[in-house]
Design a protein around this ligand. Structure first.
Ligand code: SF4
Length: 440
């Protein structure tokens, strides 16, 4: 374990965040080794999907001797096959022949084909105050938990290529959830005493400085809501910028804010996003985890299972074991959502289940807090619970972990076995024409 004294003396710890986007990624020192063709591919795909990286990711996480196969490189840099061949050619043609306005129009046309708001987010999840005001920066899907999207957190320290929130970052306003109306949030929480958890999400809420983050969280604490039991913060900052909790100018203020939450008897759950073991390896991450724990907050970990990045049970069992060793609580293995580059990152449900079970078998009970593989689909969070054989025929056994209708939770149901299916919509119900939750 790296000590605090050592890290403050460490040269790398002194550096400031340097971000790279489509505009300046050719200045990344390591990029030349990749050749002009690969750089152009990044440009083509990066015009459709958001692209941002930083000096920490480049220097500490990516293995530049393993390009183009390095999982952290694939996690962070746009890849040619994230677009279908047709769309890749369309975007390439636009870059070669069109002006800026037409390039953006072509990119938007492709984006709209890629299911930018999966799981009914626009139709079903937008909450309303009792006076009828729509709260566009919030989502309320499951009874106990409300999502809050502060307008200043609609970006991240770096972007993940697979991100299901990709429309948040591409500059199309109607695809964005955001709000700075914390007073409306308080009013909504007061009107809904069934809500026990508020989840700060984005983007990455930890992109906000301590002053802005405190303004939101202190307003919630000051409101003294008897129903509120947990504040969750969904963040990938431990992976992409652990200095947020160590050497950034506001790191002590951030930790002090966390302490204020826990001292108010509110559970602060830091929902950390780790996709690969490599992200947990730098000593700075371990120190940042310790500092968060020292505030009384808990850290839960989650990630989707991703082709070419972590589709291997060894990676998962090692991640879960190390997370437990560091005092974190493994929480979810997700299935890649039906949006964006799902065809590139997604894996069949049957394979995801196999990876989960083989990893689960290799860890102690302390890591078996993890659940998965789970699909965050329109009706709810659906777990692939097993493969069963009935009269010599195979079926997938499924179960709701969360449901739009709370009565669905834990109810088992079955689908025809399908080796290729990657999402609930690819599955056929077994023993019936419809899944039970589709029946009126
Ligand atoms: S850090 Fe989270 S929100 Fe940001 S791009 Fe990655 S997955 Fe998406």
């Amino acid at each position: 374990m790296l000590t605090e004294k050592k890290i403050t003396n460490d040269k790398i710890a002194q550096y400031k965040i340097q971000t790279y986007t489509l505009d300046n990624f050719r200045k990344i020192p390591q990029i030349e080794s990749m050749g002009e063709e690969k750089q152009f591919e990044i440009e083509v795909v990066g015009n459709v999907f958001p692209f941002k990286t930083n000096n920490y990711v480049i220097e500490q996480l990516i293995d530049w001797n393993n390009i183009p196969h390095d999982p952290l490189f694939i996690l962070n840099f746009p890849q040619k096959n994230m677009l279908s061949p047709t769309n890749y050619q369309k975007m390439k043609f636009a870059l070669d022949h069109y002006d800026k306005k037409e390039i953006v129009a072509t990119a938007n046309e492709i984006r709209m084909q890629l299911n930018p708001h999966p799981a009914g987010q626009l139709e079903f999840n937008i909450p309303k105050l009792q006076n009828g005001t729509k709260l566009l920066g919030m989502q309320h899907k499951y009874k106990e938990t409300c999502l809050f999207f502060p307008s200043q957190s609609q970006t991240c320290h770096a972007y993940c290529t697979f991100c299901f929130r990709w429309p948040q970052f591409v500059g199309i306003d109607e695809l964005k959830f955001a709000t700075n109306e914390s007073n409306q949030l308080i009013q909504y929480l007061q009107e809904h005493d069934e809500i026990t958890d508020i989840l700060f999400t984005g983007g990455d809420p930890m992109i906000m400085n301590s002053r802005i983050l405190s303004a939101y969280i202190d307003t919630i604490l000051d409101a003294d809501l008897p129903n509120l039991k947990s504040i969750r913060i969904g963040s990938k900052s431990l992976s992409y910028w652990p200095y947020k909790f160590i050497t950034d100018r506001d790191s002590e203020d951030v930790l002090e804010l966390f302490r204020r939450v826990t001292n108010n008897d509110i559970n602060l759950a830091f929902m950390a996003h780790f996709n690969h073991l490599t992200e947990l390896s730098p000593p700075y991450v371990k120190l940042a985890i310790k500092k968060i724990h020292d505030t009384g907050a808990q850290i839960r970990t989650q990630s989707p299972v991703l082709s070419k990045i972590n589709d291997n049970s060894e990676i998962w069992s090692k991640m879960w074991n190390l997370q437990v060793q560091l005092g974190c609580i493994p929480y979810y293995m997700f299935v890649v959502r039906d949006t964006g580059a799902q065809q590139y990152f997604g894996i069949p449900l049957v394979k995801a289940y196999d990876i989960f079970v083989n990893a689960y078998k290799q860890v102690s009970g302390l890591a078996r807090t993890v659940r998965g593989p789970s699909m965050s689909a329109t009706p709810g969070k659906i777990l692939i619970d097993g493969i069963v054989s009935i009269n010599k025929k195979k079926f997938l056994s499924l179960r709701f972990l969360q449901g739009r209708n709370p009565d669905w939770v834990q109810k088992p149901f079955y689908a025809e076995y399908d080796e290729k299916a990657m999402w609930i919509s690819d599955l056929k119900p077994a023993f019936s024409n419809k899944f039970f939750f589709e029946e009126k």
